[in-house]
Design a protein around this ligand. Structure first.
Ligand code: TXA
Ligand code: MG
Length: 345
C-alpha cells in the first residue's frame, strides 16, 4: 500500500486535505491523525471491515477493543444505551479532552470494534485537526494509538511513519503532540466509576466532580491475580527494545545506585530529571524533564524511549519520577515499559 503523508497546521486547517482524509475513512481505508494525547490510527468505527483492518495494520490481538472518537456530544447518544448521571457531570467538566469513558453499547457499534464486548469506549478529543477529521470521516472514528503493537505510542509523525508506512492510506502530520500520554479511561458502567488507565485527567480531578472513583486493582498491585478490565492493559505495552530497570527511592540514593550500576555497564543509558543532569559523570544521559514539571516528563517519555530504540540502546536505567497528578500515568507507563523491573533503594 502506498502511504501519503501530509502536513496540517492546526491553526490554519486545510479543508481539502481533511475532506480527502475523511473520504478515505468513508471508503473503508485507514488514516493516522494527531490528537492532544498521542497520534491515532483511524478507521470507520461503524464498519466491521475497517476495524479488522486496524487490527491487521497494528499487529494487534483482535480481543483488544478500540476507542470510538466523536467530534460532538450529541453523537454519543447514537452509539451508547445509557448515559449515567455521573457520566454527564464528568463530560461537562472534561469533554472535549483527554478522557475516554466506557458505556453500554448500542447494536450499531459492531463487535469487531469493541473486541467482542457489550461496552464501548468513547472519546471526544479537543485537538482541532482531530475534530475536523472525525467530522469529515462521518462522525465515528475508531482509533488505537498509531504504533505497531508493543511499541511506545507515537508523539511525532516520524514515529507514525516508522511503524505504519505502507500499512495505512494516509498519515496526517500535525507536528508535536501536547500531552504525550494516552487518555485516562474510566468505566462508567458500575455505580462507582473505575479508572482502568491513568492519564492527564487524574483521580483527584474526577473525584472533585463526582465523589468517589475507584481504580482497577491491577493498576495498584502488579502481583494482583485479577485480569485488568481494559484488555489492552494486559499486554506488555510501551516496551523499548532495551532491558530496562527503574531505580526507585529518595533522590540521592537513586543517583548513587544508578552510578554504581552504571560503572559495570558503561554502555547503558540513564533516564533522569534535568536537576540531576550533572550527577552522572561518564554515563549516557537522556533528560526527560524537570522534577518540578510532571507534564514535561509526560510529554517527553515516549519520545525518549523511542530514541533509545533508534540508538540501539541495550540497557536503560531510569530514575523514578513523581506520581502526583499526571505523574501517576507517567509511572504506570514507565513501569510497564520496564516490564515491572523495579529496584527499591
Ligand atoms: O489517548 C488515547 O486514548 C489514544 C488516542 C489515539 O485517542 N488512543 C488509545 O487507544 O490509546 P489504544 O487502543 O491504544 O488503547 C485503548 C485502551 C486499551 O487498553 C483497550 O483495551 C481499552 O482502551 N478499551 C477499549 N474499549 C474498552 C472497553 N469497552 N472496555 C474496557 N477497556 C476498553
Ligand atoms: Mg496503544
Amino acid at each position: 500500500m502506498n502511504t501519503e503523508t501530509v502536513k496540517i497546521d492546526e491553526n490554519n486547517i486545510d479543508s481539502r486535505i481533511i475532506e480527502k482524509a475523511g473520504g478515505i475513512i468513508k471508503k473503508g481505508g485507514l488514516v493516522a491523525f494527531p490528537t492532544e494525547t498521542v497520534y491515532g490510527l483511524g478507521g470507520d468505527a461503524l464498519n466491521p471491515d475497517s476495524s479488522k483492518k486496524i487490527y491487521a495494520a497494528k499487529g494487534r490481538p483482535s480481543d483488544n477493543p478500540l476507542i470510538v472518537h466523536i467530534y460532538r456530544l450529541e453523537d454519543l447518544y447514537k452509539i451508547v444505551e445509557e448515559v449515567p448521571e455521573k457520566a454527564g457531570k464528568i463530560m461537562d467538566a472534561f469533554w472535549p479532552g483527554p478522557l475516554t469513558l466506557i458505556f453500554k453499547k448500542k447494536d450499531i457499534v459492531p463487535k469487531e470494534t469493541t473486541g467482542g464486548l457489550d461496552t464501548v469506549a468513547v472519546r471526544f478529543p479537543i485537538h482541532p485537526t482531530a475534530m475536523a477529521f472525525i467530522e469529515a470521516a462521518g462522525g465515528f472514528v475508531a482509533a488505537p494509538s498509531a504504533n505497531l503493537s508493543g511499541r511506545p505510542s507515537p508523539t511525532l509523525a516520524k514515529y507514525v511513519c516508522e511503524d505504519l508506512n505502507g500499512r495505512v492510506d494516509m498519515i496526517i502530520d500535525g507536528g508535536n503532540i501536547p500531552i504525550g500520554l494516552e487518555s485516562t479511561i474510566v468505566d462508567m458502567t458500575s455505580e462507582i466509576p473505575q479508572i482502568l488507565r491513568p492519564g492527564f485527567v487524574s483521580k483527584e480531578m474526577l473525584e472533585e466532580v463526582i465523589g468517589e472513583v475507584g481504580v482497577d486493582p491491577t493498576l495498584l498491585d502488579v502481583n494482583c491475580k485479577d485480569r485488568p478490565k481494559a484488555p489492552g492493559m494486559r499486554y506488555r505495552h510501551y516496551a523499548p527494545k532495551a532491558d530496562m530497570t527503574i531505580v526507585r527511592g529518595e533522590g540521592e540514593r537513586v543517583v548513587a545506585k544508578i552510578n554504581e550500576l552504571g560503572q559495570n555497564n558503561k554502555g547503558c543509558t540513564v533516564l533522569c530529571v534535568r536537576e540531576h543532569e550533572s550527577m552522572y559523570p561518564g554515563l549516557n544521559l537522556k533528560v526527560v524533564g524537570s522534577e518540578k514539571d510532571n507534564e514535561e516528563i509526560a510529554a517527553n517519555l515516549y519520545k525518549v524511549l523511542r530514541e533509545c530504540d533508534d540508538e540501539n540502546v541495550s540497557v536503560i536505567l531510569s530514575e523514578s519520577f513523581s506520581d502526583k497528578g499526571i505523574g501517576s500515568a507517567v509511572m504506570n507507563r514507565l513501569i510497564k515499559a520496564a516490564g515491572h523491573k523495579i529496584m527499591d533503594v
